[in-house]
Design a protein around this ligand. Sequence first.
Ligand code: CA
Length: 227
Amino acid sequence: MTKRRILIVEDEAILRRIVKDAVEEAGHYVTTAEDGEEALRLFRAERPHLVIADIMLPKLDGFEMVRAMRKEGSNTQYLFLSARSTAEDVVEGFRVGGNDYLRKPFAINELMARVEALLMRLGDDAESDIYKIGRYEFDCKAQVLTIDGETRHLSTKESALLAALAKEGEKIVSSQCLLTEIWGDDSYYNLRSMNVFVSKLRTYLSKDKSIDISAIRGVGYKLVIRK
Ligand code: CA
């Protein structure tokens, strides 16, 4: 099974905890938010595969929040979870871009069945491009690097460079190849720029001491993970 990033937005602490535990137990990465604004910030940083959203939330309600997330156009599924259960609420949930709607109270196994069904819709393209680098996990499509539940959003160039290195395992990737593919040409100026990006990646990966990006002078780089 593929691990996915799931954002749970719920202001009731106990329910948030119950849903979080169930989703984690199913093997996914979970982040949680207590209000709509915090959720929107996390959404931008992590680009989750699925958002499980309550509707009556502080600061920004679930409908407005999902509408805002939808506008950003990522490949995300949305599941509303709400005590508001009139037909109008359900219709509004779908109208703002929800993919499913579950009325509270609900059985946790029904929630999980719906979660898995929504994640299936993401298809195979969403599951590729996840690399394990030492203790880090790097999702190159989402441009997110994760360690111990902490995430960092990478820029497009940082992400392309790390993906190019990760793809080759411990083989050397030539500077010329990296420069042409990512920077467009292998000018001296771009070579200097690439070196700066390599330093940044080393810093980002520094929480796992077994990882290094070693430079092979005049040739290129390789990603090394010491056993
Ligand atoms: Ca609520």
